[in-house]
Design a protein around this ligand. Structure first.
Ligand code: MG
Length: 380
């Protein structure tokens, strides 16, 4: 793989510009010494939902092992990958980082099993989407500032956090949902954070899958992206441990994807030649892998779906998790007096959404403990 092209230019016209943000929901004086997107990134890092990511499942439930990825380490890896590409493309690194760090804030405990269970519970009341919940966290649920609920982030950051949403929700969201109706693109920084998420998880799930013993090197070697790099690593370093060979393989896989993403996106931006950050929205998706490398990444993703995410041991744990979420939901709906004081007050206005917010905010271990407290006679 040849190196990507040199950075296109400093302060590219297509990069999001903190001096021309579409603004915050509540007007605020500019910060001293930090621009608008730096300030958003800092607000995210300091919020409670960000700290809770440390104890939320990515694939493996948090207590299954100390070295597996959690939502927090996943988000940090996404931000690292996204910043690297952002610098290569002269995009706004702070906005890219802010979106990356916030993208999973709305995840329930127990990963996708938790989200699916909560979505089923919430069907009659508008459902539950983790992307939309991430937006709810930064717009409403964080209670840290005197003047308003939420973190009062810039439009561009909020837009990036809302990766997908249903047509009905897009209408309800007004300005922020408009791009889903008009089928225009978000900022390049948002497009990038979205793809960096994929680069991060396909690679770290290979690592965690092997560490857990649910995947084997032999099995993974059938996947072109892994097999080719692993073969080269084993030829070059036949004496080092298998673990080290795996790390060396993964680092080469990440590098291949990052270098390709940078080079291919640079070429697409150059071809579209957007006049400014606004023109980007009317071009097609400009942040993309080349067709060949995109196909390699998809093949790995497909492999992980078939062999890791649907592995009987993962499914056993996730079905337990789904039961916990469902039983918690039903218990709180049946008797809202079981909720903590502040949630109980909100539940008087909107019972089901408040219960969903409460459960979505739980860490894995808090949900397990809360379930035990509610259902076991030995606990108080
Ligand atoms: Mg993610």
């Amino acid at each position: 793989m040849t190196a990507g092209p040199a950075p296109l230019q400093a302060r590219a016209p297509w990069a999001a510009d903190p001096l021309h943000t579409r603004g915050r929901r509540f007007a605020e004086a500019a910060a001293q010494g930090r621009d608008a997107f730096q300030r958003d990134r800092d607000r995210i890092v300091h919020c409670g939902a960000f700290r809770r990511l440390e104890y939320k499942t990515q694939v493996f439930v948090n207590h299954e092992g100390d070295l597996f990825r959690t939502r927090l380490t996943h988000s940090i890896e996404v931000a690292q990958i996204a910043r690297t590409v952002a610098r290569g493309l002269s995009l706004n690194e702070d906005l890219t980082e802010a979106i990356s760090l916030a993208h999973d804030l709305g995840h329930t405990p127990f990963g996708h099993a938790g989200q699916d269970a909560l979505n089923r519970c919430m069907q009659p009341w508008g459902g539950f989407e983790h992307n939309l919940q991430s937006l709810r966290v930064v717009d409403e649920l964080e209670e840290r500032y005197g003047a308003y609920d939420g973190l009062n982030l810039c439009f561009e950051t909020r837009e990036g956090v809302l990766k997908h949403c249903s047509a009905a929700n897009a209408v309800r969201l007004g300005e922020l949902g408009r791009r889903f109706i008009e089928r225009t693109q978000p900022s390049l920084e948002a497009q990038l954070a979205n793809l960096a998420d994929e680069v991060a998880y396909v690679n770290h799930d290979v690592d965690d899958g092997l560490r857990s013993g649910l995947l084997t090197v032999k099995q993974l070697s059938q996947v072109e992206l892994f097999g080719r790099h692993h073969h080269a690593v084993v030829c070059q370093y036949p004496e080092v441990s298998e673990r080290r060979q795996v790390y060396e393989t993964i680092r080469r896989m990440i590098n291949e994807l990052v270098v390709d993403l940078t080079a291919c996106s640079a070429a697409r931006i150059a071809a579209a030649d957007p006049r400014d950050a606004q023109a980007v929205r009317h071009a097609g998706p400009l942040i993309a892998f080349s067709p060949e490398v995109g196909a390699r990444a998809r093949a790995l993703k497909h492999f992980l779906f078939e062999n890791l995410y649907r592995h009987s041991q993962v499914v056993r744990m996730t079905s337990k998790a789904a039961r916990i979420v469902t039983e918690l939901f039903n218990a709180f709906i049946e008797d809202a007096r079981l909720l903590p004081d502040d949630h109980r007050r909100k539940a008087e206005q909107r019972l089901h959404r408040t219960v969903a917010d409460y459960i979505a905010g739980m860490t894995d271990r808090y949900a397990i403990r809360e379930h035990r407290r509610l259902f076991s006679m030995d606990e108080t």
